[in-house]
Design a protein around this ligand. Structure first.
Ligand code: HEC
Ligand code: HEC
Length: 447
């Protein structure tokens, strides 16, 4: 009898404590206190600001600008149109491809600015599906004629914090690329201009993606006034070029900060924005799981290169890529240095759940599977020598509860539900976007 009363009391005790805590709503949640303490520890200046993304609408001056490319609302407005403008696709390989694709074909906003598929297909592609997932090859295009790359497109979100672009970091004259001048060949020669990653890459990007950028064509599409407003300092004969187009597109990309994600709200002081499980997940991310060692700062990215030994894109049956694709070699494919082989840039982590193809080779299809991969710590790509694998990639021994919380943190806390604010209502050509081939038009509701 006595023991059962004791048991009863013991069972009730935590519940009483819990009720008591609920009534005292001034009492901070210990998880908030722990998380705040940990984030301050990781912040170089001890302040939570290190984890706070700037709002490009209200604090443009805090958004990192590119060398030679100060940010202005006019440039952002122009870039915001051009990114979706299927009218630029005038240099398509075949007549049927003309005017059918845009940057956003491979960087779909509702798919976290990724393709929503394992590979992006611009020129020579057809269809959109619901979210980019059912794009295929257009009749009349040979496989080698498609505009496809041997790695999954990166997200455009929070690229203001990316100093050297692509998985290999080859674009951009500064930061990680200081001392790599020997490798500035072919498209990377553009680094000679001394610009940052975005501005350099996109000069080449409009060529690679077969977009016509001439004063006459831009005028036909209706963009002359917008270029005039964005680039009043450029003499007229230098105003409608691949350089200014890149500057406008870069300015737009720099404005894509995921400030409405719950983690951002939490950092700004709204402690209710994240659930208790998400906070627990954040703690796993910033402590035991070691994710913070590579995914840093407000964007959870870094211009560091690490090998995790994931599979390459050709292994998932993508177009026009194979074992010898230069992209399989990561940073080493660019620098030519053995020590850089199979190492890839650390990507940002917001809005990952809408394009379920993870890593440069799209080898994982859910965030749960990504977490399992890190937890197991066993490289899956047999070509990558163990000596290249990051010392931070090893078995983590996370419990089921820790894994579940970590997934919750990635799926919800790092998810901005309102990316629509970055998408224009229409583009000046009046075309359908992000795609404009007959099947996409139908699927996008443009017919
Ligand atoms: C055919 C699909 C496709 C199209 C169209 C496309 N991209 Fe990409 N984008 C990619 C792929 C693939 C990568 C990664 C390439 C790599 O790492 O080698 C990428 C990477 C990028 C990056 C680097 C991001 C980072 O964090 O390093 C930027 C910036 C970018 N694209 C901007 C653009 C712009 C602007 C346009 C339009 C002019 C565009 N892209 C059109 C496929 C595409
Ligand atoms: C050793 C550095 C390192 C650590 C530690 C690390 N990551 Fe990463 N992470 C990377 C790199 C590099 C990539 C890209 C690898 C590739 O595709 O080849 C990546 C990719 C990812 C991706 C896929 C992003 C995309 O665009 O496909 C997610 C999600 C992710 N990491 C989450 C995590 C989580 C969660 C943890 C902790 C369990 C973690 N990472 C730990 C370096 C790291």
């Amino acid at each position: 009898m006595k023991t059962s009363i004791l048991k009863y009391f013991l069972a009730l005790f935590p519940a009483t404590l819990f009720l008591y805590a609920c009534q005292q709503d001034e009492l901070p949640d210990p998880l908030d206190t722990q998380l705040e303490r940990r984030l301050r520890e990781l912040s170089p200046d001890g302040s939570l600001d290190y984890f706070r993304l700037p709002d490009s609408h209200t604090e443009l001056a805090r958004v990192p600008a590119g060398i030679g490319n100060p940010l202005s609302p006019e440039k952002i407005a122009l870039g915001r149109m051009l990114f979706f403008e299927t009218g630029l696709a005038e240099d398509a390989r075949h007549e049927a491809g003309k005017g059918t694709y845009s940057c956003a074909t491979c960087h779909v906003p509702s798919a976290g600015f990724m393709p929503g598929a394992k590979q992006g297909i611009a020129d020579g592609g057809v269809g959109f599906g619901l979210n980019g997932e059912s794009r295929g090859r257009m009749n009349g295009y040979g496989e080698s004629e498609l505009d496809v790359q041997g790695a999954r497109p990166l997200s455009m979100l929070n690229t203001a914090f990316v100093t050297n672009t692509t998985w290999s970091g080859k674009f951009g004259a500064n930061h990680a690329n200081e001392g790599t001048e020997h490798a500035w060949k072919e498209d990377a020669e553009v680094n000679e201009l001394g610009l940052d990653g975005l501005e350099s890459q996109i000069i080449e990007g409009t060529v690679l993606h077969r977009m016509r950028i001439t004063p006459g064509w831009l005028d036909t599409l209706g963009y002359t006034d917008m270029y005039d407003a964005a680039f009043p300092d450029f003499p007229e004969r230098e105003r409608y070029t691949r350089l200014t187009t890149s500057f406008a597109l870069s300015a737009y990309l720099r404005s894509l900060t995921t400030t409405e994600a719950p983690f951002q709200e939490w950092v700004r002081g709204e402690r209710e924005a994240m659930s208790r499980q998400e906070k627990a997940g954040a703690l796993v991310f910033f402590t035991k799981a070691g994710c913070y060692r590579c995914h840093k700062g407000a964007a959870f990215s870094s211009t560091e290169f690490h090998a995790l030994g994931v599979r390459d894109l050709y292994e998932s049956g993508a177009f026009n890529t194979g074992p010898d694709d230069i992209r399989n070699f990561g940073r080493g494919g660019f620098t030519g240095l053995e020590e850089d082989l199979y190492k890839f840039k650390v990507p940002q982590l917001y809005n990952m759940k809408d394009s379920p193809f993870y890593f440069h080779g799209s080898s994982r299809h859910s965030l749960r599977a990504v977490v399992e991969y890190f937890n197991a710590g066993v490289p899956e790509n047999t070509r990558v020598p163990q000596s290249q694998i990051s010392p931070y990639f090893h078995p983590l021994q996370l419990t089921e509860a820790e894994k579940a919380a970590l997934v919750e943190f990635l799926e919800h806390s790092l998810y901005d539900p309102n990316l629509e604010r970055f998408v224009p209502d229409e583009v000046l050509s009046g075309n359908c976007f992000p795609n404009n081939d007959p099947l996409s038009r139908e699927q996008l509701g443009c017919e």
